[in-house]
Design a protein around this ligand. Structure first.
Ligand SMILES: O=c1[nH]cnc2c1ncn2[C@@H]1O[C@H](CO)[C@@H](O)[C@H]1O
Length: 323
């Protein structure tokens, strides 16, 4: 594969691994266009303690224990402890019920939020955060350091269901539902945000036959993922009528790596934080100038992905995991 032109883009992956997180992390580690400078962990697919353990484990599988892991928040930004954990999607261990041995490594002695703030300050405008779980750590960084929103290069997040049904319930997508208050802080922060929602990721499906293609590779990532994918396939088989699994996190990762794979629109996004539509993401395209001053007035614009070159994403995922 040709090396990326220029310096690779520095990325921090905020993650709750998670089967599709594992795929996305491996894709990033095999992508010359980016340099993974750290993983930060969060609850979502698993509790934060297990997310940290899984992040360390995945870096050991990849022989990349040089990459630091910083543990993130165990509670929502409003200190909520009643978390919705998607173990029914990923298995009790988050990685397909494989009972992998515990990692040898440890997280660094710094919180995810402190690490995010530190790295954004160290490389102003140069770090992209790829957020694959609920947005608590990112919102905490925004609250902790007023210069974070201008120092961070871009925040590419997997989250939201823009003008489509959610996957937790008809209103809400899982990552936004996990901490709607944090999500609203991120969307209204003024940072350069690109949201890749399930309106886009539901177009990128790894089918049974793609899984067989993956199985034809002796590559360590392909062989590892085959083991953990079984649980993810079973869940999709039960919950959806698609012939495969959605590649949520790998799609968001590739949108960060190669923005030409998606198209987006711009506008203000707000998140519903209570009631039956808690977690709903709504995009205001700013086509109409409303006279009345409301919670929508003067909100900064973010980017919301609307189309994806699904065959190209799938091809890249397979290529990079099969090397
Ligand atoms: O049905 C579901 N409920 C909860 N979480 C899910 C479901 N399907 C996928 N994910 C997880 O949430 C993110 C995308 O919303 C992905 O990280 C995916 O693994």
């Amino acid at each position: 594969m040709a090396a990326a032109a220029g310096e690779p883009k520095k990325i921090i992956i905020d993650t709750d691994p998670g089967i599709d997180d594992a795929m996305a992390i491996f894709v990033a580690l095999r992508s010359p266009e980016v340099e993974v400078i750290g993983l930060t962990t969060i609850y979502g697919n698993v509790y934060t303690t297990l997310a940290t353990r899984n992040a360390l484990h995945l870096l050991e599988v990849a022989d990349r224990t040089d990459i630091p892991v910083a543990e993130g928040s165990h509670v929502t930004i409003t200190k909520g402890t009643k978390l919705r954990i998607a173990d029914f999607v990923h298995g009790a261990d988050g990685l397909g019920n494989q009972n992998f041995p515990p990692p040898e490594g440890k997280p660094i002695d710094m919180s995810a939020t402190d690490f995010l703030v530190e790295q954004a300050n160290l490389y102003p405008g140069k770090v992209t955060v790829v957020a694959l779980g609920p947005l608590t750590n990112i919102a905490l960084a925004i609250q902790q350091d007023p210069s974070f929103v201008k120092n961070i290069g871009q925040i590419v997040l997997l989250g939201g269901a823009f003008a489509v049904n959610g996957n937790v319930n008809p209103a809400a997508e899982a990552n936004i539902f996990g901490d709607p208050d944090a999500a609203d802080i991120v969307f209204t922060s003024g940072a350069d945000v690109l949201a890749v929602g399930i309106n886009v990721t539901h177009q990128v499906i790894l089918t049974d036959s793609d899984r067989e293609t993956l199985a034809s590779s002796n590559g360590k990532f392909a062989q590892y993922l085959l083991k953990i994918l079984e649980v993810y396939f079973n869940y999709h088989h039960d919950a959806y009528s698609t012939k495969g699994v959605y590649l949520h996190d790998p799609t968001a990762m590739l949108a960060a790596i190669n923005p030409s794979l998606i198209t987006y629109v711009e506008g203000a996004v707000r998140v519903q934080t209570n009631g039956i539509t808690r977690g709903l993401t709504l995009l205001y395209n700013k086509q109409k100038r409303f006279a009345e001053i409301t919670e929508w007035s003067d909100q900064p614009s973010v980017k919301v992905a609307v189309t994806v070159d699904a065959p190209a994403v799938l091809k890249l995922v397979l290529e990079r995991l099969m090397e």
